[in-house]
Design a protein around this ligand. Sequence first.
Ligand code: ATP
Ligand code: MG
Length: 181
Amino acid sequence: MRLKRLELYGFKSFPHRVEVAFPSGICAIVGPNGSGKSNIVDAVRWVLGEQSPRRLRARAMEDVIFSGSNGRGPNFAEVRLVLENNGQAPGELADLPEIVITRRLYRSGESEYLLNGRPCRLKDIHYLFMDTGAGHRAYAIIDQGEVGSFVELRPEERRLLIEEVAGVSRYKTRREEAQRR
Ligand code: ATP
Ligand code: MG
């Protein structure tokens, strides 16, 4: 699956709808300090289901909702991630040319995830990315300083990573679920 487009609305420093396209090849996001480059990376993490505000450089989850100085602005944050599907998506999604993941969070605390426009569970999003090398657990997003921690991983942690790359995590999770029934 390839990242094609990211759409933000009310997320962090983006009060208006913004579309970021990722044409094939290497893309770089450049801009002055504080212009929102890292916020774009946070948006990718967030829409993939990140649950830790700290990993999003926020104190509480609601801090991802844009807050203007005059108190106006959207009352929710929305990020849509458009992926080009190459048949890697599981089940009924396999044949779709595009996979669209949406995450929304309202000031009331209410939140939702959508998969191609249909409400879904966070678990469905995790499952979608399992074994693709992307997703919330994968090393698809590497922060400054994380290269060092990869080198220092314990053998069992490194094994989990290799299982993810090799494509067995999905089956392992399914088996564990079946055994619990
Ligand atoms: P640098 O080059 O220094 O790394 P950057 O381009 O990565 O900068 P970001 O860290 O993405 O910049 O953006 C930081 C800006 O986002 C700050 O000005 C901060 O006030 C703003 N910001 C973060 N959360 C919100 C929010 N909820 N509402 C409004 N602005 C926000
Ligand atoms: Mg930055």
